[in-house]
Design a protein around this ligand. Sequence first.
Ligand code: IMP
Ligand code: MG
Length: 193
Amino acid sequence: MSSLPSVRPAVAELKDILLTEDQIRTRIGELAAEISRDYGGRDLLLVTVLRGGIYFLADLGRALAIPAAIDFMAITSYTADSPSGVARLLKDLDEEISGRHVLLVEDVIDTGLTSAYLLRVLRTRNPASLAICTLLDKTARRIVPALPIRYRGFEIPDLFVVGYGLDFHQRYRNLPYIAVLNEEPEISRPPAP
Ligand code: IMP
Ligand code: MG
C-alpha cells in the first residue's frame, strides 16, 4: 500500500515544501521522455557529481526508455572548501568519454561556476557531445552566462533548498521532496555576484 505524499515538511528546521515527490517524479518522466527521444541510438553516458546528483541520476536513469551508462565525479565545492573559486577534482570518471554522448546530470545550477568547471574538464576529452540536464535552475544568481543547459527540471527562485540530494551541512539529502530551509544559511553560499 502506498502512502500519500507529505504536504508538510517532516522536520522543524524546514519551511515549505517547494517541490513534492509527485511533482519531481512527473517532471523527471517528462525529461526522460525528451532525453530518450534525443539520444535514441546513441552511446549515452550520464555523468553526475557526488553527492548531490545521485537521487536525480538514479530516478532519471530508470525513467529512460533507452540504455545509458552512468559514471560519477567528485570535486571540491566552490561554496564550502574553496572560496577562492578554484575547484579541484577529487574523483575522476572511470569511463573514457571520447566519442561518446555525455549528459552532465546536475542537482542544481546556481552561479554556474561548478558546471562550467566540469564542462571544461570533460570537453578536453573530446566527447561526441556534451550537454547539461539540471533538476533545478536558479537563474537569478547565474554568473556564467552560456551554459549548455539542454534539459531543465524546474526554474526556482533564489532560495536555499534541501532534499532530493541537496544538503545543508550534509543533512537532508535523503528527503524525498525539496524543501526550503527556515534560516538562510549564508555561510554555505558563495558571495553574491
Ligand atoms: P554553483 O553556484 O552553480 O557552482 O553551485 C554550486 C553548488 O552549490 C551546487 O552544486 C550545490 O552543491 C550547491 N548549492 C547551490 N544552491 C543550493 C541550494 O539551494 N541548496 C543546496 N545546495 C546548493
Ligand atoms: Mg552539488
